[in-house]
Design a protein around this ligand. Sequence first.
Ligand code: AMP
Ligand code: MG
Length: 420
Amino acid sequence: MKHDVRMRGFASRVDVEVVDAYLREHARPLAGKQVGLLDCIGRVLTEDVRAEVDVPGFPRSAMDGYAIRGEESFGASAYDAIRLAVAGISLPGKPYQGELSRGEAVRIMTGAPIPVGADAVVKAEVCEEQDGFVSISEAVAPRKNVGAIGEDIARGTSVLTAGRRLRPQDAGLLSSIGRASVECVRRPRVALVVTGDELLPAGSRPTGPQIVDSNSVVLRGLIARDGGVALPFEILPDLPERIRAAMADDRADVVLVSGGTSVGQEDHAPRLLSELGELAYHGISMRPSSPTGIGRIGERFVFLLPGNPVSCLSAYEFFAGPTIRALGGRARRWPHRRAVVPLARKIVSEVGRTDYVRVAIENGRATPLATAGASILSSTVRAAGAVIVPRELEGMPEGTSVEVLLYDDEAPDEEPAEGA
Ligand code: AMP
Ligand code: MG
């Protein structure tokens, strides 16, 4: 029987950086696939996109007014208006069909094609139309108020490059150059293997010795944040055969096992992983999350996340999150906003161990909420974010300026001033 450490404890623990290096080495972006224009926002491009057309493809009016030959307006003023015959009208999508002759103007709306023969647009505010003639009281130079062919995007120019995470306006631009789809990195599929005889499914009411699964709820939110797709799952009892079958599911790119990852009697996942593939690391010098396991089954990444809710969250953030992002073509680094503030109280840690410390921020200072307490999920709800105490520090004294990885991805509204 491979790697059965149950009830014997961890002989040694590996550093966070070692595990990170292993994941960094093996996690490469997944292949690209065609993604429809309406689904591409937030996804990562794998192709360089060039415009095959000019936008606009015709000279267009930037104003509501009259299209004219600019030179015919020279000298026009409020005291000395010029008069042109209104030959017709040009609307967006319904151009004036004829060619403008000398002495003529065409009524035109913003976005409409400039008629052949015209080269400028006078804005409606300085024009007065009556009985088929328009008097114009302001001169315009040729090209005035005319958007040239390709003024937005010229045919042949590079508009977006591979690696770009697409913004809403990027998708808009792709639409305007006539693309219906683009090639983007496939989104990593994530299988959840939620284990524990004591667990009730989310949405239940806890009763007796049973608790309600919260880890999968948290994990699904984090997976979505990181661009992965969580596959449907069911809660499994601590039965090795059931857990083995779920871990072997080869539809997934990433398998997240929750619970049963340590060295207790019901902790089967480490042994199962070492039998199905490779258990590269088990037991990490960190707090919480020390009973985390990491490995692979073929090309699939497997993360054994401890059942304790804070451990599960922290192990995800350190290891699974960066891997899912890398597979999806995103940056590996933690995606949190950051705040740099002084510590209101010291943080105690140990040299050789990396700590994930929840902190509240009050009056511009960070207060550690709990360095232990891996089971206290509410600490992450009260906290504004987390501070990571690196391995080489024994702790951090009061007043140290720390970087807080904020849990909220948007800054909250300013508190209204007292009495306001
Ligand atoms: P384990 O890692 O399986 O030893 O579980 C450690 C602790 O986390 C136990 O108190 C479990 O009841 C709890 N736990 C395990 N899985 C979950 C879960 N999905 N949601 C919330 N708590 C859990
Ligand atoms: Mg368990």
